[in-house]
Design a protein around this ligand. Structure first.
Ligand code: ATP
Length: 294
C-alpha cells in the first residue's frame, strides 16, 4: 500500500493569486478524484506533486520520499499525464513510447522493447503501433499518454483533465483503462467533469479558490444532501428573484427554460419538488454558488 500525504501546502503566484491555500490531504492506492471549477488550483497542486513547480510552504511525502526536497527520487516513481500532452512528432506510437522509455532510463533494449509492446497492448493500441501518433484520435492520443505514464512502474500516477474533448465512446474506453490501472497504485484524476469522478472514484476532494472544501467519499457527500435538494423549472427573468429567496445550487437549461436545484432544510413549497441528490448537486453546493446564475 502506498500513501501520499500532503500537509498545509500553500502557493501564491507573483501576481498575488493564491492558488494553494493550506491544502492537506491523505491518499492511498486507488482512484482519487480532485474536482474543482476552472482556476480552482488543481493544476497547481498536480504540478507541485509532479515536481514541476515549488510550493511556498507545507510538505508532501510519498511513502518515505519527501516530494519537495527529493524531486529526482519522486520522478522515478511518478507517472504524469499533463493537461497538454500534445506535442507529437511524426513518429509511430511504438517509436514515441520507445523514445520516452529511454528518457525514463530504461536502458536495456530488449527489456525496453518488451515493455513498450506490453504497454501498447495494455492500452489497446498494439494493432496501431506502426501508425503515426499525429493521425490518432483524441482518445487514442490520451491512451498513448497513459501508456507513457505507466513506464517505470510508478507508485503515483497523476492525470490532469484527461477526458476533455473525448467523445462518449472514447471517454468510456479511457475510464476502463484508468480503473484498471488504479487498482495497485495511487491515481489522482484532476477534473472539472463531475461524471469522471462519479464513474471512477471512491475517494474525492473538491477544491475551490485554492482550498479543499470537501474530502471524503462521493457517496457520503451525496448522503449529506439527502432530502435537502428541491427542483423547479422557472422563468428566465425570475432567476434573480429566486436567487435572493432560495439557496440555488445549480441552474441548467432544460428545453430552453432554467431548471434550478435549491438547497433547503425543509420543503420550500411554491411548486418545488424534492429530488434525489447527485454528485453535481454536491459539487455546486460546495463551490461558490454565485457562479451558478447565468
Ligand atoms: N504561472 C502562473 N502565474 C500566475 N497565476 C497563475 C499561474 N498558473 C495559474 N495561475 C492562477 O492560479 C489559479 C489556479 O490555477 P490552476 O491552473 O492551478 O487551476 P485549475 O483548477 O487547474 O484550473 P483549470 O481547470 O482552468 O486548469 C488561477 O487563478 C490561475 O489563473
Amino acid at each position: 500500500m502506498n500513501t501520499l500525504t500532503i500537509t498545509n501546502l500553500s502557493k501564491t503566484y507573483s501576481n498575488g493569486v493564491k492558488a494553494l491555500d493550506d491544502v492537506s490531504l491523505t491518499l492511498e492506492n486507488g482512484m482519487f478524484g480532485l474536482l474543482g471549477p476552472n482556476g480552482a488550483g488543481k493544476s497547481s497542486l498536480m504540478r507541485t506533486l509532479a515536481t514541476l513547480q515549488e510550493a511556498d510552504s507545507g510538505t508532501a511525502t510519498l511513502d518515505d520520499i519527501d516530494i519537495l526536497k527529493q524531486p529526482a527520487e519522486v520522478r522515478k516513481v511518478l507517472g504524469y499525464l499533463p493537461q497538454e500532452f500534445g506535442v507529437y512528432p511524426r513518429i509511430t506510437a511504438e517509436q514515441l513510447l520507445t523514445h520516452l522509455a529511454i528518457l525514463k532510463g530504461i536502458t536495456n533494449p530488449s527489456e525496453r522493447k518488451a515493455l513498450v509492446r506490453y504497454l501498447l497492448d495494455k492500452v489497446n493500441l498494439y494493432d496501431k503501433r506502426n501508425k503515426s501518433v499525429k493521425g490518432f484520435s483524441g482518445g487514442m492520443k490520451q491512451r498513448v499518454g497513459i501508456a507513457q505514464a505507466l513506464i517505470g512502474n510508478p507508485k503515483l500516477i497523476i492525470v490532469d483533465e484527461p477526458t476533455a474533448g473525448l467523445d462518449p465512446g472514447e471517454r468510456n474506453r479511457f475510464y476502463n483503462l484508468l480503473a484498471d490501472v488504479g487498482k495497485e497504485v495511487i491515481v489522482i484524476l484532476s477534473t472539472h467533469i463531475v461524471d469522471d469522478v462519479r464513474e471512477l472514484c471512491t475517494k474525492m476532494a473538491i477544491m475551490n479558490f485554492g482550498e479543499i472544501v470537501y474530502h471524503g467519499s462521493p457517496q457520503a457527500a451525496i448522503d449529506d444532501l439527502n432530502s435537502k435538494v428541491y427542483q423547479k423549472i422557472v422563468d428566465r427573468d425570475q432567476l434573480d428573484n429566486y436567487a435572493s429567496e432560495y439557496k440555488i445550487i445549480s441552474n441548467k437549461m432544460v428545453g430552453g427554460q432554467p431548471l434550478i436545484h435549491v438547497f433547503s432544510e425543509g420543503h420550500p413549497q411554491n411548486g418545488f419538488e424534492q429530488v434525489t441528490p447527485n454528485l453535481e448537486d454536491v459539487f455546486f453546493s460546495k463551490i461558490n454558488t454565485s457562479n451558478v446564475l447565468v
